[in-house]
Ligand binder design. Sequence first.
Ligand code: C5P
Length: 306
Amino acid sequence: MRGPNEVTASAPAKINLHLGVGPVRADGYHQLATVYQAVDVVDRVTVRSAGTYDVTVSGDDRLPLDDIPLDGGNIAVRAARLLGKRHGVQRAVAIHIHKQIPVAGGMAGGSADAAATLVACDALWQLGCSREDLLDVAAELGSDVPFSLVGGTAIGTGRGETVVPAMVRGDYWWVVVESAAGLSTPAVYREFDILHAAGEVPVPELPEPLMEALRNHDVERLGVTLRNDLEDAAIRLRPELGDVLAAGVSATALGALLSGSGPTCVFLCSSTQHASEVSSALLHSGFGPVSLARGPVAGAWVERTG
Ligand code: C5P
């Protein structure tokens, strides 16, 4: 049977509501205990059969699209190649990425592109991959890619790649403050290591009060239980992030958090109305670009086949 010519898939950005960072493992990664939430900021990926791999990118003017690699180093190309190799697919694909997720912002934009590419190629090549198969390929591509497939709100362990859905009630509103320049994830982890060089880093644990706040949709409690162990390291590399986080709290946000390894900062709010007020206050104080996001949303999904 002849397959589709073109498939478009989307995948969401993520916030780590809790990012517990533990000791460095033998493979160089840090042991994590994290709680992810997917939010409604999405990248859209279109794949089309082609003679050679090719990447093009479009998106909002505010995003530094020039920083995105257009060659085999792009994680979307790595995703398509790896899936193709596992299933004996000989053809290549041309990949177009329409970006909405901040670039190198700590919101798993690259992982979203990889996850969307996996589900799009699965549909284009009519592989009928099981969820386990896709999750396995995803874990090989990067620590956050499995969560980009799963979405919702989920617990991540291992190096972040072992993902189990969490019990959560209701919607959560976030104000997102981007930075003009991205931060390198390895550089932030390196700074974390320098900060903790003198003492032993404890094994990270899952935060029961935070899990309970999610189960009960207790937004105020959630606000005070948010935690990111990479925050101090990121602030050392970018001191102004401390000012952004403090400004969000002054602007009445229920909680302030660096997203992943940063530099994007997110602020928990009680409603859309509250999020609009916090975002106006942040803009008024000179911080931005500012946008609103809602979570949880689904993981990568196919939008259109043609
Ligand atoms: O898995 P991923 O390729 O996204 O990781 C990017 C980098 O982030 C790694 O090379 C490593 O420096 C750091 N990292 C880490 N521990 C983790 C996840 C990422 O040290 N659990």
